[in-house]
Design a protein around this ligand. Structure first.
Ligand code: HEC
Length: 593
């Protein structure tokens, strides 16, 4: 008895071929190989040698339970269930074949364990057929829980026809630009960064703190700050994006707040414990503001303009205009508009209500304007994002992207995307796809712009914000700012553009909200508004190369690169939206080292 038991154990743990069962084993492998290479089967997505294609490499030898798990849960493998519907025996054969052809030993114990595991999974699945108690509400949720219902039900939100509106800019004040502070060298690349008060997460007592906004300029090759200009106290407002005129001569920055705070409908006062690090509903966020035009060499304001709203983000459009989106606008102001920096006049724009929702930020590929749209007129989506993260908020209405043709000011497409409260739109070089990171659902979605089809949607880190493509457009870098969850994100998720698979989580700084590929095509620059510094990464190795501290560790927003040619002529080559003035690493045109 004792002998037999020992014998059984040893059979069980030794490789099968030692015990003369080669024939059964060979048959199993043959069956596995045959299944693997069926018309619609594993090889299509995992490669002829299981090396990975759309699906990951399987060369490590997954167990058949892992396969069953994928068949049960991975929508991309639904086709395998439909076409192949592998049985327990089939899965054991497949696992044996994949393991064996990749040099992994399969033992009797493995085979027995696999069968037991698969049988258990099948039994559990049957248990799931039990009827559970469902409330009326449960039934409603079940009807809408599949995102496909959003697509199926989609009705155009925007008004038809031209939505163009005008706004007359008013010059409130002009100022003497003062003395030159920055003189660029020819044939050199610089960066500009607008900063606000000393960043929240600066605990170093030796840092001189400030509450003044600054325009900072640095050398992009040595990655060092050159100089900065503090705005006068009476002209300091909230800080946000960085944007320069296409010739690099002027910077636009948010000016002082005007008028009374606007409590936008639906925004509740900042709930205690929401941990958002800023107070929604406060005067800081919810009042409109002026726009300051700052001389890029004296780093002092020259003009204060009333543009009808508080600038949020901005970027160059067609190397000519500035596309501006606003956080809050005056009753007659525009939510998205194009400003001509030569005349400082608005050449046209749109209002939220004509688009059928409330606007967040806008992006452009120099042909179309893509606007992140939020359901309803409540601008308070960040509150919902915070509520969702803490489990207080259970369902939202869908969010979408509106595509505007600025020639006609018509909305020519609407793209509902998966997830809640998109923060950014990356448009690929061909304009065929957009990528939308969404803070409220911690995911990023790739949408095909010709068909509106969702190519994939993937989880990233908490509260994702900005994103950028690498130079060959194979990777999307998503900044996990921690938007809506207290800015406690401190990573960047690198996602494979073709499959949506996460490739790496890169450790960076707190509250990184913009990440941009540099104009030399080799570096990723990530601005941390919570730490008041820029993190620079090697785009190939993903190693951190440098951190650049902002003066007074002022909280950093946005980033613009300006190149001065041989003649000392300046041109903006990169801002948050795109590459400009002929620079395009995706097509091989770069500047810098
Ligand atoms: C239509 C494409 C497609 C086909 C066909 C397909 N897979 Fe997959 N498979 C995927 C994708 C995509 C993933 C990754 C899913 C994810 O990570 O979200 C995956 C994941 C897996 C995983 C998990 C691997 C890991 O390490 O996470 C296993 C195991 C697997 N597949 C086995 C198989 C087997 C066995 C077959 C054939 C019976 C097969 N797949 C057929 C697309 C496919």
């Amino acid at each position: 008895m004792k002998f037999k038991l020992v014998f059984l154990i040893s059979i069980a743990t030794y490789p099968i071929y030692i015990f003369g069962q080669e024939q059964a084993w060979e048959e199993l492998l043959e069956k596995g190989e045959q299944l693997y290479f069926e018309d619609v089967s594993c090889w299509v997505c995992h490669g002829d040698n299981a090396e990975g294609r759309v699906g990951p490499s399987l060369q490590y030898g997954p167990t058949p339970m892992m396969m069953q798990d994928q068949l049960d849960s991975n929508p991309q493998m639904a086709v395998v269930v439909a076409e192949l519907n592998p049985s327990i025996d089939d899965l054991i054969a497949l696992a044996s074949y994949i393991a064996d052809s990749n040099g992994h030993e399969v033992t009797h114990t493995d085979l027995q364990g696999w069968r037991a595991g698969l049988e258990l999974m099948a039994a559990n699945k049957q248990d799931n057929d039990t009827d559970f108690f469902l409330t009326e509400r449960d039934l409603l949720v079940m009807q809408i829980q599949d995102f496909q219902t959003v697509i199926d039900d989609w009705q155009r939100r925007a008004e038809p026809g031209s939505l163009k509106r005008e706004y007359e800019v008013e010059v409130i004040e002009t100022y003497d630009p003062g003395d030159i502070k920055f003189t660029p060298e020819p044939n050199s690349l610089y960066f500009y960064e607008n900063t606000g008060a000393t960043a929240r997460r600066v605990y170093d007592a030796s840092i001189e703190r400030t509450d003044l906004n600054q325009v900072v300029v640095g050398n992009a090759t040595s990655r060092e700050v050159v100089t900065s200009g503090k705005m006068p106290r009476e002209l300091t407002g909230a800080v946000h994006t960085t944007v320069l005129t296409p010739d690099g001569k002027y910077v636009y920055i948010i000016g002082p707040t005007t008028g009374l705070p606007q409590m936008t409908q639906g925004v509740t006062p900042s709930p205690a414990g929401m941990g958002m690090g800023m107070s929604v509903g406060s005067t800081v966020l919810r009042s409109t503001a002026t726009l300051l035009k700052v001389d890029a060499f004296t780093l002092q304001p020259i003009k204060q303009l009333a543009v009808g709203g508080r600038m949020h983000h901005a970027q160059i459009f067609q190397d000519k205009y500035i596309l501006i989106d606003t956080f809050v606008s005056d009753p007659d102001g525009l939510d998205i508009f194009l400003l001509d920096p030569v005349t400082d006049k608005i050449i046209g724009g749109v209002r939220s209500e004509d688009l059928g929702g409330s606007t967040y930020t806008a992006f452009t590929d120099d042909e179309f304007i893509y606007v992140l749209m939020q359901p309803g007129n409540d601008g308070g989506s960040i509150v919902s994002a915070a509520y969702t993260a803490s489990g207080q908020h259970a369902a939202w209405r869908p969010f979408w992207v509106a595509k505007i043709d600025p020639e006609t000011w018509e909305v020519i497409a609407e793209y509902p995307y998966r997830g809640y409260r998109g923060d950014w739109i990356v448009i690929d070089n061909s304009g065929e796809n957009i990528f939308v990171p969404a803070a409220g659902s911690a995911n990023v979605t790739k949408v095909n712009t010709s068909t509106g089809a969702i190519e994939w949607s993937s989880a990233v880190g908490m509260g994702p914000y900005g994103a950028t493509l690498n130079a060959d457009e194979t990777e999307l870098w998503v900044a996990n700012k921690g938007e809506g969850v207290g800015g406690v994100g401190r990573t960047i998720t690198v996602v494979d553009v073709a499959s949506g698979r996460q490739l790496e989580t890169v450790f960076s700084g707190y509250g990184i909200d913009h990440v941009l590929l540099s104009p030399n095509g080799k570096e990723m620059w990530a601005t941390s508004n919570a730490e008041g510094r820029i993190y620079v990464f090697d785009a190939m190795t993903r190693e951190q190369i440098k951190t650049i501290d902002m003066p007074n560790r002022g909280n950093a927003h946005g980033l613009v690169w300006v190149y001065y040619d041989e003649e000392g002529e300046g041109k903006v080559v990169r801002d948050q939206g795109n590459f400009h003035n002929g620079i395009n690493p995706f097509d091989g045109f770069t500047v810098g080292n």
